[in-house]
Design a protein around this ligand. Structure first.
Ligand code: HAM
Length: 417
């Protein structure tokens, strides 16, 4: 029996991979406009890193991590997200000593043992961005504007930006207590998960999808009404800066986020097009994370998008690549000439195809059709004798005779033949 891949772990095949490359290239281009540099972080980290940063009482740490003990008896975990690793690297390499402001992006696979469905996988890919060292709300607005800019560059009108504030260690505890008090009378309606985390993480009931939790949280107090003066001011200013640069957003007071490190601004880019997997990108501010993993007290903010979900939103768009030229060769003498010209043109930077086996003209033209090349060149005995051959523009239909040397063919193709 043939061996298959593991459930929730996908191959990304040619045909689809071009879309991924486009998403990645767009992210690099846009993020670099905002001064970000790439960082590459390892897939395996000490398990403790994620327990301390994401939080012991989160779904990710409680039940979704790919953790194991390696041959040296070390407890290790395949990263479920990138922020903790990037901050670990930031602290470990003392990047803050030179300048606390680091602007970083990363891309790559993440691993969570979730129930696979459309838009949710066990190995999935994130493109993330993190900015450290700035507490001011200008940077919140900048990060959100960059993320919006990225989706605009992809030509997507969905997803849309929702923002919230989760306050800080100063104001959140009082809000938690107010929410717990509100939920106490309604605790029977909560789902089993939310009942269990009533003490450890009661806020999760606000964005729980179960009907009971939605009913129980109707009319619940809002974090935004409980923000301390500093957090309230931070949120107002973030909104003002977003409005100043025309970045559209709406407020979602129920947005909680599934990771414990967030403070103040949190956000999601949501779509209605992917069923229950509505968050295409998500993030927030994490002013206590760096110190929680042993670094100095330095604030940070960032986001990550799910590349599979972005690719699903781009499903309708065609990213297939077209070769520049297909050379059809008729007969034993023309075939080596086609091969020689292909090689010379490839060295000049053109994408060129031939039929490797030199089959009949009909089958070569079928291949040319399949490749959908921009130009075709047909070489037979007569053309070899003349030293010229017809070069056809497959888009415009025009045809000109070109000399059978690479430079002339290239000139004719770039000259708009
Ligand atoms: P997160 O909300 O856990 O945040 O994940 C961010 C995004 O990754 C989600 O919005 C979703 O698009 C995608 N994603 C998550 N899990 C899956 C999955 N199982 N299958 C497919 N896509 C998935 C974080 O990971 C934070 N580190 C974001 C962040 C960066 N916050 C600050 N900086």
């Amino acid at each position: 029996m043939a061996i298959t891949g593991i459930k929730g772990f996908n191959d990304i095949l040619p045909g689809e991979v071009e879309k991924w490359q486009h998403i990645e290239a767009t992210a690099r281009r846009v993020f670099e406009l905002y001064g970000l540099s790439e960082i590459r972080i390892p897939i395996l980290e000490k398990t403790e890193l994620f327990c301390r940063s994401i939080g012991d009482a989160t779904d990710i740490v409680e039940k979704e991590m790919y953790s194991f003990v390696d041959k040296g008896e070390n407890k290790v975990t395949m990263r479920p997200e990138g922020t903790a690793s990037v901050m670990r690297a930031y602290v470990e390499h003392k990047m803050h000593a030179l300048d606390p402001v680091a602007r970083l992006y990363y891309m790559g696979p993440m691993f969570r043992y979730e129930r696979p469905q459309k838009g949710r996988y066990r190995q999935f890919h994130q493109i993330g961005a993190e900015i450290t060292g700035v507490a001011a709300p200008t940077v919140d607005a900048q990060v959100l504007t960059m993320l919006t800019h990225f989706f605009q560059e992809l030509g997507l009108t969905e997803p849309s930006l929702q923002i919230n504030s989760l306050g800080c260690p100063c104001c959140r505890p009082a809000y938690r207590e107010a929410l717990k008090k509100f939920l106490l009378d309604r605790i029977d309606k909560l789902c089993d998960d939310c009942k269990r985390r009533y003490d450890t993480n009661p806020l999760r009931a606000l964005d729980c999808k179960s009907a009971g939790c939605q009913e129980a949280t109707q009319g619940a107090p809002s974090m935004l009404d409980h923000l301390c003066a500093e957090c309230g001011d931070h949120f107002d200013k973030t909104r003002k800066y977003l409005e100043l640069v025309g970045t559209p957003y709406s407020i979602n007071q129920r947005m909680v986020r599934g990771l414990d490190y967030y403070t103040r601004t949190t956000f999601e880019m949501v779509t209605t097009m992917l069923g229950s997997q509505s968050a295409v990108a998500a993030g927030g501010r994490y002013d206590g994370l760096i110190s929680s993993i042993g670094g100095p007290q330095i604030p940070g903010i960032g986001f990550a998008m799910g590349v599979e979900r972005v690719a699903l939103l781009l499903a309708e768009k065609d990213f297939s690549r077209r070769p520049d030229l297909f050379i059809a060769a008729l007969g034993d003498e023309a075939h080596p000439e086609a091969f020689r010209l292909m090689s010379a043109l490839q060295r000049l930077g053109l994408a060129v195809e031939i039929d490797y086996e030199g089959k009949s003209l009909k089958s070569q033209m079928r291949r040319a059709d399949k490749f959908n090349s921009r130009f075709t060149l047909i070489i037979g005995g007569d053309e070899l004798a003349r030293g010229t051959a017809p070069l056809k523009n497959m888009d415009g239909g025009s045809q000109i005779d070109v000399n059978l040397d690479a430079a002339s063919i290239q000139a004719a193709m770039t000259g708009g033949a």
